[in-house]
Design a protein around this ligand. Structure first.
Ligand code: 5GP
Length: 179
């Protein structure tokens, strides 16, 4: 059981599902009578996009981007490369970026500026998880699921060496699982 490889659960499956419903309710209110294009950041945001979009009782367009941020080890540097771009023009669109986690905030701050420069009408951010360091960077995350400690976490889309994305909860791996 891969769940047994997790030492500590940080956010439970039930907490995620309640939070997704709450966030979907806020999005429905905020975007009432407005356009909504959700842009998921691959691969981490797959679970959040799947759950959030199904909780929305309205039309929503979905697109995806894949980016890689250069950095040393687990820290990102803010220098970002687009691995997969959007499929369409977003001029005049109301974009909601959906991200798994904000750590330093550098990736999101670059992405937001990039999408704004393409002429989007609005660009807001949703992050399921936010770590304490995010407070240091000036990037406004409109919708935050959970504030979590600075530990490296996996699950609900987040990986360690491409594994654990399919865990339905968020947790910290047992020390011996890191190689
Ligand atoms: P930032 O630019 O905010 O420092 O980095 C954000 C990206 O780093 C996230 O999209 C995610 O891919 C990765 N990341 C940051 N913290 C964690 C973590 O605790 N676990 C995993 N698996 N990835 C993380």
């Amino acid at each position: 059981m891969i769940g047994n490889e997790v030492e500590r659960v940080v956010v439970t499956e039930d907490e995620i599902s309640a939070k997704v419903k709450e966030l979907a309710g806020r999005i429905e209110t905020d975007y009432r009578d407005r356009d909504l294009l959700m842009v998921g950041v691959l691969k981490g945001a797959i679970m959040a996009m799947a759950d959030l979009s199904r909780a929305l009782q309205r039309h929503v367009d979905m697109d995806w981007m894949a980016v890689s941020s250069y950095g040393s080890g687990t820290k990102s540097s803010g220098v970002v490369r687009i691995l997969k771009d959007l499929d369409r023009d977003i001029t005049g669109r109301e974009v909601l970026i959906v991200e798994d986690i904000v750590d330093s905030g550098l990736t999101l701050s670059w992405l937001k500026a990039n999408l704004e420069s393409r002429g989007a009408k609005s660009v807001e951010i949703l992050a399921i998880l936010r770590k304490p360091d995010a407070a240091k960077v000036d990037v406004k995350v409109k919708y935050v699921g959970f504030e979590i400690p600075a530990d490296f976490v996996v699950g609900y889309g987040l990986d360690y060496n491409e594994k654990y994305r399919n865990l339905p909860f968020v947790g910290v791996l047992a020390k011996h699982m890191y190689s």
